[in-house]
Design a protein around this ligand. Structure first.
Ligand SMILES: C[S@@+](CC[C@H](N)C(=O)[O-])C[C@H]1O[C@@H](n2cnc3c(N)ncnc32)[C@H](O)[C@@H]1O
Length: 200
């Protein structure tokens, strides 16, 4: 199982990262999209994004998952105040322990490249979406500074090219695909809808 380095784990749980990602990254990553219904977060880390989403979107409930139990414990601690609106549990994004069509929305924030088998994680995210359900995500782009930064990093990862991501989304049962690079192609935000079931 791919693992994050100790440094990355510490950064993801740190107060500066939590404030930065909640206040600045989340509004940018959401692209003005309002989330609804039952939301699954994959690779949710310490629950920083979930905390903000739950606080600002009263209509949603969330299941926050991460494959690292340290992260799950940190998320549980941060999200307790939301009571029954949220559950946090250990789960590998490349083999999600949920039935097909379980969620209205799946969110993925800067975690796919850590899964290494990111194509599998993407297809799992789509599998657990209900027809018409929404995938909203952002990740690093396999280019320039981010590629070099991650080469120096001992943790497992496999960076994602914009064209690779587009090609993979084209293979999946999704519609209304949008992939938009930002910050000079350092990051990309993307969203897609699970294709509605064809009428019989
Ligand atoms: C860079 S952190 C981002 C955390 C969080 N999404 C955020 O924005 O603060 C990446 C997270 O992905 C998790 N992760 C990596 N591979 C995973 C996998 N296969 N399944 C689930 N989570 C995974 C790591 O444990 C880590 O918490």
């Amino acid at each position: 199982m791919p693992a994050m380095s100790r440094v990355e784990k510490a950064v993801c749980r740190s107060a500066p990262w939590r404030v930065f990602t909640r206040r600045l990254v989340l509004p940018w990553a959401l692209q003005g999209i309002a989330l609804s219904g039952e939301v699954l977060e994959i690779g949710g880390g310490s629950g920083a994004m979930a905390e903000q989403l739950l606080a600002t979107t009263p209509a949603i409930t969330m299941c926050v998952t991460d494959f690292d139990q340290t992260m799950v414990s940190s998320a549980v601690e941060k999200l307790t105040r939301f009571g029954t609106r949220v559950t946090a549990r250990q789960a590998d994004a490349t083999a999600l322990p949920f039935a097909d069509s379980s969620f209205d929305t799946v969110v993925s924030w800067i975690m796919l490249h850590h899964t290494v088998a990111w194509e599998k994680a993407l297809s799992e995210a789509v599998r657990v979406l209900r027809p018409g359900g929404l995938l909203v995500a952002y990740d690093l782009v396999d280019a320039g500074p981010m590629r070099w930064l991650h080469r120096a990093e001992p943790a497992d990862h496999r960076m994602i090219g914009i064209d690779e991501l587009r090609a993979e989304l084209a293979r999946l049962p999704v519609v209304d695909v949008s992939v938009r690079p930002g910050l000079g192609h350092v990051v990309m935000r993307f969203n897609a809808r699970r294709a509605p079931t064809p009428s019989s």
